[in-house]
Design a protein around this ligand. Sequence first.
Ligand SMILES: *Cc1c(COP(=O)(O)O)cnc(C)c1O
Length: 431
Amino acid sequence: MTAEFEVGGIGITELAERYGTPAFVYDGNELGSRLDGLRARLHPELEVFFSLKSNPNVSICALLHAHGARAEVSSTAELLTARRAGVAPENIIFLGPGKSRAELAACLDEGIYTVVCESFGELSTLDELAAEKGIVVPVSLRVNPSFAVKGSGLTMGGKPRQFGIDEEQLFAAAGLAERHPHVRLMGVQVYMGTRILSEDPIVENTRRIFDLAERLSAHLGFPLEMVDIGGGLGIAYFDGERDLDLEVLAAGLNPVLADFAGRHPATRLVMELGRFLTAVSGTYVVRVRYVKTSLGQNFAVTDGGTNHHMAAVGIGSYVKRDFPMRLLNRYDEPAEQSWHVTGPLCTPNDVLGKKIALPPVRPGDLLGVFRSGAYGPTASPVLFLSHGYPAEVLVHNGQSYLISERDRPADLMRRQHLHHVAGLAAAGLEA
Ligand SMILES: *Cc1c(COP(=O)(O)O)cnc(C)c1O
């Protein structure tokens, strides 16, 4: 018996047999300690809000909440998920460029901490809805800043965006509060981008966001009850990338946070994080169905692919870059061959990994795509070829739990309605 990969002390073969494949398996203890480690290093006034967008599972949210996370949500279902996970309304913020009236009404009904408003039109809608309900709604402004700090995968500032309101427009919007009597402006949010892998731009962004928040609140005459500095902390996926050094980040960021907190002791300081919290603890586990060669190249054809893990095709790049992948059931065998790992979809793009160094692969083997706990099935075309959602499994304190069921064909069929076309049988077209 050769060594195998384990999640939280449970062997991968046992997990795959119990829950089937393809499946996302999360190490709950790692998930919790990841947040603990961050919170222990960063200034104690900074509150971490979990961005459910990265992984909307209720058990993942509940586990992070047990370790102190609050919630940042962008749909009614995410809002209900956070509530069901036990997050109190005063620790939930709602954000997104195209909120519906129903979503805004849900925010008002739940009494969440703040709606992060992304347009003047949304502000009017909020004012109307709050007036109808006879209440005043706490609102913060998402600002599209005129500055941009280089160094993130996807930069937001200084560009035309559907997100937030341009800094210039807000400074020109005198009387904004007076024109919306049922809105109480109380905060500022800026999100500078995602997958940021260098410490300095995060520190510099934060400094500028605090400065912008102070100037805007003074200009428009509202108190700063909250400043949300965004987040976008990245993790390394690909060759040549390195993880953030939390000691370096803390050494740069904490003085900036302390300085602001000193001047604004009553202001809540918020950081929103998705990927950084959830990615590392998740492994996408697939089983090899067939092995073959084509023109000299080895292929392992597995039971799961980009329908569950679109990001594995390569994030923000036209060149395929591979996520870290390993053979899981014979974990200690030397990786001396080169394999393309592909899924069950009928498209040449269904490639989890290209030229992956693996031991000789056999049908029935288990392969793992690591660092896959963020933007997995939730950000993938799960209905393509009608395979549906994979199972999701959480291992916590030595026990495993099914936290999301895999779709069965019947689940997918149920949503469709058959329109009976008359006359087919008569025309002899029906079997
Ligand atoms: C997507 C998003 C997040 C989460 O981003 P990560 O890179 O996963 O941490 C946070 N805030 C906003 C506004 C977002 O759009």
